[in-house]
Write a protein that binds this ligand. Structure first.
Ligand SMILES: *Cc1c(COP(=O)(O)O)cnc(C)c1O
Length: 372
């Protein structure tokens, strides 16, 4: 302190904030991870695909039903270790649903209040899950409003805005620590083609694709990362034009993926290729894959699977063997009243029949012939 000479009082150790709550919180989060097994890497068989192996990393089996269990765990750890989350801190998030479900679970685990800011169109099943964990849902009319409203609510409550769209890429350990990429490559080790030619992933925050793309580069792997985007989303145009300021005013119909703006977590430099998938093709692919797996998968999994089929078709045409990997992001049980409801499809003007035929024929014969 400036030029004041040292008095005996100044030799006393500084009084620091008590960290008992932080220690307990970290233990609780570690406990959740220790109780969980790694998620399965499924290998379904498709008669028409010859020498190609298809793998599905099943993220629907996490305790909160989606890949967002990983993200919520990472965001909570990040906030706690940064000293932004402490005893009694109100957690606030902007979400299209899945992240809020997982964060509500962790908020309950740590005894913290939680508020989710979501579009009114969010599926009923997700709202119920959030509320069952004691979380509060705050609805807005358009997806673009969630960011501002969440930040404002955090300010008003003196809470912490978790901000998945900004923090997903930085809160996740991208070099390892059994992140999703390391887990996939470890689980592939004893396969005929242990290093996949392609990994396919859709983008919501863009965090999962950033983690996979970075890991591939960091480990010097030849695998290519394809990011599949949906009809109503800013990501694809931004990737193709390089203009990160593009926006999309029509809300995405595929929950969890497709955004009105290019999210800060989206990392185009870590992506090798992008593909835009029509919504009807995403939903058709979710139906076909659900039939083949004997259980329902969500819409974004359909987006992933359709893009994977397109790449697999190109590999078959070049008579190449190899492996492709994608993710089951969540279960289709959450979408019984939307993607798996004929009336909903009709009301939304979505005809999945032609795409369904294309995908089924491809899986059974290897011929990818889009219906005209
Ligand atoms: C978040 C989400 C995705 C996309 O993952 P990101 O890492 O956020 O890009 C895909 N599907 C579902 C169901 C999601 O909730």
């Amino acid at each position: 302190m400036g030029d004041t000479p040292l008095e005996s009082d100044d030799i006393a150790l500084p009084a620091c904030r008590d960290r008992a709550w932080t220690r307990r919180a970290i233990e609780l989060l570690q406990g959740d991870r220790r109780r969980s097994a790694d998620t399965h890497l499924l290998k379904p068989f498709f008669a028409g695909l010859g020498g190609l192996s298809i793998y599905l990393k099943d993220e629907s089996t996490h305790p909160t039903g989606s890949l967002k269990h990983r993200l919520a765990h990472s965001l909570l750890l990040y906030g706690i270790c940064n000293g932004r989350i402490d005893e009694g801190t109100t957690l606030v998030e902007a979400s299209s649903g899945s992240t809020a479900v997982s964060e509500a679970y962790f908020a309950r685990l740590l005894g913290l209040p939680f508020i989710a800011v979501m579009p009114r169109s969010t599926s009923r099943a997700k709202v119920e899950a959030i509320e069952s964990f004691g979380g509060r849902c705050h609805f807005v009319d358009t997806p673009g409003e969630v960011y501002g409203v969440a930040a404002e609510l955090a300010r008003a409550t003196g809470g912490h805005y978790l901000d998945q769209f900004t923090n997903a890429e930085r809160a996740t350990d991208w070099r390892g620590n059994n992140n999703i990429a390391e887990s996939i490559f470890n689980q592939m080790q004893a396969e005929p083609a242990p290093v996949p030619d392609w990994i396919v992933m859709s983008a919501g925050t863009g965090g999962t694709s950033a983690t996979i793309g970075r890991y591939i580069r960091y480990r010097n792997l030849p695998t290519r990362l394809c990011v599949a985007d949906v009809e109503h989303s800013a990501f694809y145009d931004a990737y193709v034009t390089g203009d990160m300021s593009v926006t999309c005013s029509t809300p995405s119909r595929i929950e969890g993926v497709g955004r009105p703006r290019v999210e800060p977590s989206f990392t185009p430099g870590a992506i090798d290729h992008m593909m835009r998938v029509p919504d009807a093709a995403s939903i058709a692919a979710a139906h076909v894959l659900s039939d083949r797996l004997f259980r329902r998968v969500g819409g974004s999994t359909g987006t992933n699977f359709y893009a994977l089929c397109r790449l697999a078709a190109a590999m078959l045409r070049e008579k190449r063997g190899g492996a492709l990997v994608t993710l089951i992001c969540d279960s289709g049980e959450r979408y019984a009243s939307t993607y798996f409801d004929a009336d909903w499809l009709k009301a939304n003007g979505i005809d999945i029949a032609p795409h369904r035929t294309t995908i089924e024929r491809f899986l059974d014969t290897g011929a990818f012939l889009p219906e005209r």
